[in-house]
Design a protein around this ligand. Structure first.
Ligand SMILES: Nc1nc2c(ncn2[C@@H]2O[C@H](COP(=O)(O)OP(=O)(O)OP(=O)(O)O)[C@@H](O)[C@H]2O)c(=O)[nH]1
Ligand SMILES: [Zn+2]
Length: 204
């Protein structure tokens, strides 16, 4: 894994102006992004999110998952607090890529759940790797985090990378009639902590 910092620009959003830092993984050619908001107080744990790319949820308004809602809420929470970060990692479809995710959705349309669909395609349920996190966080001066996630395996993966996660901040948003079964599978089979949902009926 070789992560190279490339450049920083402003990113104005509905919640405020973030700074956008671009990175290249020179081994895979993947282009990752870190967003930061405000002056990060490096003496304290920083509120942040490690977000895995989901073109369908983040950009195409899909209701099949909760990704877009989580991203928006995380950016809003950070802006309201006045400081924080998002790592936007290009590991689409839990690491299987966009086209394989569409294949997996096709199998889910025919009755498989999200884990079974991956397995029918010959993939593990979750193929993501997190070794880009450490050099990206080092570039933005973050070592201790309050991580917005429902996924305890993500917390563990970060700790294995040497990042101190002082708190897991739940991020349960965006449940609707199209993603209800998917969220349930995440909680029963992938270990996500999804005890209470914020039901968003206007979106369903
Ligand atoms: N293979 C596959 N990937 C999916 C599916 N639905 C969403 N994804 C991908 O799953 C990733 C998001 O992972 P999640 O398991 O939803 O959440 P997480 O990042 O582990 O945990 P949180 O931090 O709580 O969001 C994104 O890369 C999505 O593209 C699916 O049905 N199949
Ligand atoms: Zn998604």
């Amino acid at each position: 894994m070789s992560i190279k910092y490339i450049a920083t620009s402003q990113l104005p959003t509905p919640w405020g102006v973030f700074a956008m830092h671009g990175f290249e993984d020179t081994e895979t050619g993947k282009e990752h992004v870190a967003l930061t908001f405000g002056e990060l107080d490096t003496n304290s744990a920083i509120l942040g999110r490690i977000h895995s790319e989901c073109l369908t949820g983040d950009a195409l308004f899909s209701l099949r998952c909760d990704c877009g809602f989580q991203l928006q809420t995380a950016m809003q929470n950070i802006a309201e607090l006045g400081q924080g970060f998002i790592l936007y990692l290009r590991q689409e479809g839990r690491g299987i890529g966009l086209l394989n995710k569409i294949r997996a959705y096709e199998l889910q349309d025919a009755g498989a759940n999200t884990v079974e669909a991956n397995e029918q395609l010959g993939f593990k349920a979750d193929m993501r790797q997190y070794d880009m996190i450490k050099p990206m966080l080092a570039q933005i001066n973050v070592t201790r985090v309050r991580l917005m996630t429902n996924n305890p395996r993500k917390v563990k993966a970060m700790q294995q990378e040497g990042i101190e996660v002082v708190e897991r901040v739940p991020l349960q948003v965006g449940k609707n009639r199209y993603n209800e079964a998917y969220l349930k599978t995440k909680s029963t089979e992938l270990g996500h902590m999804m005890s209470e949902y914020h039901f968003n009926d206007e979106q369903s």
